[in-house]
Design a protein around this ligand. Sequence first.
Ligand SMILES: [Fe+2]
Length: 260
Amino acid sequence: MKVSRTVLKTSLYWQLYRLSLTLRWQISEEANHVESYLFILESFGLDEQGQGQIFNLYQDMPDLVEKINWNIEFANNAATIDAPKGSVESTQALLEDLISFYIFEYMFFPLGFSQIFALARQGKLRNTAQQYSYIWRDESLHAANGLWMIQQICRENPKVWNVAMKKRAREVINEAVKLEISHVHAVMPDGGILGFSIKSYIKYAEFLADKICEQLGIKVLFGTREHPMPWISEYELNHEVNFFEGRVREYQTGSQLSWD
Ligand SMILES: [Fe+2]
């Protein structure tokens, strides 16, 4: 039987095909990111063993392990839930997993990168920050893809996106902010790093959490109005940049240091 192009585009088959293509694209980009991180460590003169030690350092910090396990638990729950496929319960478990994935891409990445960007602003690790800018651009696309999947599921399954699920989504986003607060206290035990305070980090976490609430159409958690670190947009690449035409970023000198 010949299927018309219009029918194919609107069919479930097409949606699944598109999803599988985007996930393959994302996996290949994540592999590129690992290569970028290894390249950065190599440029500091670390051999393979040293690179491996840096990669595994997080395992010595329970707050970081907890953050990673948080995401994995949602994926495990969605895969093992004892409910028929396509039921409200199993679709809600998938939705929770996708929301945690979205938080990972949209919130956890820029927050982690913000410390390197803050250092670059002071003239430190500027090449590393440039690599992170490219990675952040990819993660933003992954986040957009995650949001598209969440919205698609909610649109197609209005029973799933009910009052209880919206309340649960807010709880999940709030949990993510709490994880970030523990994270930042673990990685900046002295209250901050050069020109960047824990307070700014937490404000940025709350700002991103409110953005996620808005994007999902639910009540915001913190009522943040202004971006706490507008300077970070200097490191946000929203389009392809020709390496030779990219402009040199302004950065503060030591005498302009501010902790907030
Ligand atoms: Fe990603």
